[in-house]
Design a protein around this ligand. Structure first.
Ligand code: SF4
Ligand code: SF4
Length: 616
């Protein structure tokens, strides 16, 4: 059997409206989840949460398919209709049409629960009149029964030990139409769906449809009053049982005095009243000295299985009008015969405690919660009740037990929100400042990047235009950069490689130049001392090489000139003649004692020029 009420994880928005209204704290709140959850064992089936949820996230176990299956199975099937039907179906003008509408769904018999109410009321009368010192709580309402079983287990023996009118009517049906008759209860109460599962004997109810579900079935099968002829309810017909939906109707049916001065029974209806009544009965039964007639809803008129938006006093009027109408055709003789026929039913029932009270958390934990929500000074004094709990202490106990969320405290939530907004504001301001700084650095970085790109382009262009060969290598002698003159100098292989890897980037200098050349690079890398104008023969050329440090022990560059290249040779001749002239002019000045040395230097220089021309 699935859970009676469920919350849809998809639709729940954690507004806590249901948590606040649940009279027994049966709805759990998880800080790490976006939805609430009904704890089936604690739920008493009142349906308060169903009606309060603004997002229609709560639903109850539907029995429509179960009923359709029962009908499809064939065999006799009786619909037993609760007396509050007249308050629900105010749109149906004649109840006899209503009987035929239900029959058209496939029911064999359509009976009123009224007769069952009359049987139960007789038991109440006997019990109240045969007073033996014990005060009772009525057990007609299944939600009240569940409330006592789960949350007032010490009062379990105070429940009137009699079955509900639904179960009494089921017993009547089985006797009247045979044990093989299936029984479907149609009423205003959702909790009856679970109540029905308790009985497996002649009081067995096979399924329970709410009035809302019955309406849905009418719609599904396009069943309308105008399509049907009159049909009377099947027997047995009840007496005053049709006023049960009005809270003190039971007493009137049982003919038990409600006189304020002499009466022995107090009636309470509606959640708030019931919770007060239960607590007062528990604490002061000996002083109050009255039986309690209890209906968790506002009578059965406003049960959670009725259509939403129903008006209580309009429904009450409809119930009274219907009861009067039925009483006009009341047949005492036939009623007495029915009572006689069904007087042997075993209507007593014993209830079993199912204690669901929570072991209270430690005082220390409760104090911590009170401190967190800034309510240490409130304690058990009555609070604002916006959280749904009578005092901050009660609320703190629920929070500590995982049944409530601190955010349900309005003042805590407001102050939290204020703090949150303040923090958010500060964070936003910081964010704006950071954004501005970021924007500025981005701009600077962009300008620097552009400048670097320009510089790089300029250097690259300059390097390309240089007639001399230029190469830059890292400490592993891998080329970082080289210009076209250098590539041309190396020959065809290097020119081909350059087509694939422009600038020979990454190529190993050791594979491109002979040892005597690349070793110059290694020397400079190790010693960090530049080498100037080193002449080396390479292939058919005479190379003039200068190697210099760019980054100590990391990067070196070299300018290589092919001394046989015409433009270099001319330039070199001019340079070297100029040097010779300079030296000779100086020599002339020192002619007396330095003539011999100057002449030797001049001779060496002029010889070198002659060699250069010869080799070219
Ligand atoms: S049906 Fe009633 S008891 Fe059950 S969870 Fe909803 S409000 Fe609580
Ligand atoms: S009332 Fe309950 S089930 Fe509905 S949205 Fe709010 S928290 Fe969720």
């Amino acid at each position: 059997m699935s859970q009676l009420f469920k919350i849809s994880e998809k639709d729940c928005v954690n507004c806590f409206a249901c948590v606040r209204i649940c009279p027994v704290d049966a709805i759990e709140v998880h800080t790490d989840k976006d939805f609430c959850k009904i704890v089936a064992n604690r739920c008493i089936g009142c349906g308060n949460c169903l009606n309060i949820c603004p997002f229609n996230a709560i639903s109850y176990r539907s029995s429509k398919q179960e009923v359709k299956d029962l009908i499809a199975d064939g065999g006799k099937i009786a619909a037993i209709v609760a007396p509050s039907v007249s308050g629900e179906f105010i749109d149906i003008k004649d109840y006899r049409k209503f009987v035929q509408m239900i029959k058209s769904l496939g029911f064999t018999y359509v009976c009123e629960v009224t007769f069952g109410v009359d049987l139960v009321a007789r038991e109440y009368k006997k019990l109240f009149e045969d007073f033996k010192g014990k005060y009772f709580l009525s057990s007609v309402c299944p939600v009240v029964v569940s409330l006592v079983e789960k949350f007032y287990p010490e009062l379990i023996n105070n429940l009137v030990p009699v079955v509900s009118p639904m179960v009494a009517t089921a017993k009547v049906m089985h006797k009247e139409y045979g044990d093989d008759t299936k029984v479907v209860y149609i009423g205003p109460c959702i909790a009856s769906k679970d109540e029905a599962k308790r009985h497996t004997d002649e009081g067995k109810v096979d399924a329970v449809l709410t009035f809302t579900e019955l309406r849905e079935l009418f719609d599904e099968f396009d069943i309308k009053e105008s399509k049907y002829e009159y049909s009377e309810f099947d027997s047995p017909i009840g007496y005053k049982g049709s006023i049960l939906p009005i809270a003190n109707g039971l007493l009137q049916i049982a003919d038990v005095s409600e006189d304020l001065l002499t009466g022995d029974v107090i009636t309470a209806e509606g959640q708030a009243d019931i919770m007060d009544a239960m607590n007062e009965f528990k604490n002061h039964a000996e002083t109050i000295c009255r039986h309690f007639n209890l209906f968790f809803c506002e009578g059965c008129l406003m049960g959670p299985g009725t259509s939403r938006g129903g008006e209580k006093y309009l429904r009450r009027t409809m119930v009274v009008n219907y009861a009067n109408k039925r009483l006009k055709s009341f047949n005492q003789k036939s009623f007495d015969e029915s009572i006689q026929k069904h007087s042997s039913h075993h209507l007593t029932y014993s209830f079993t405690a199912d204690d669901q009270r929570i072991v209270p958390p430690s005082q220390r934990t409760v104090r911590e919660v009170l401190k967190m929500i800034n309510k240490e000074l409130m304690g058990s004094k009555p609070g604002c009740a916006a959280c749904g709990f009578p005092s901050c202490q009660d609320f703190a106990v629920a929070v500590a037990s995982g049944l409530a969320h601190p955010d349900m405290c309005l003042s805590f939530s407001i102050s939290n929100r204020r703090e949150y907004i303040e923090t958010l504001k500060k964070t936003n301001e910081k964010l704006a400042a950071t954004e501005k700084a970021l924007h500025h650095s981005e701009k600077t970085a962009k300008a620097e990047q552009e400048a670097a790109r320009d510089a790089s382009e300029t250097i690259t262009t300059m390097m390309k235009k240089l007639p001399s060969s230029l190469v830059i290598v890292d400490k592993k002698l891998k080329i970082i950069h080289s210009n076209q003159s250098f590539i041309d100098l190396l020959g065809d292989d290097a020119i081909e490689i350059n087509e694939i890897v422009p600038g020979l980037v990454g190529a190993d200098l050791k594979t491109l130049l002979p040892y005597k050349v690349y070793t110059l690079f290694s020397q400079v890398l190790i010693n960090n001392e530049d080498l100037r104008n080193k002449d080396i023969h390479y292939k058919d050329a005479l190379l003039n090489i200068s190697v210099f440090t760019i980054k100590k022990n990391g990067v070196v560059g070299a300018v290589i000139r092919d001394m046989y290249a015409p433009e270099v040779r001319k330039e070199e001749v001019v340079k070297r003649i100029a040097e010779a002239i300079d030296i000779n002019l100086a020599m002339v000045q020192k002619i007396g004692f330095l003539l011999g040395e100057g002449a030797a230097e001049t001779e060496h220089m002029l010889n070198s020029i002659i060699d250069t021309y010869k080799e070219g």
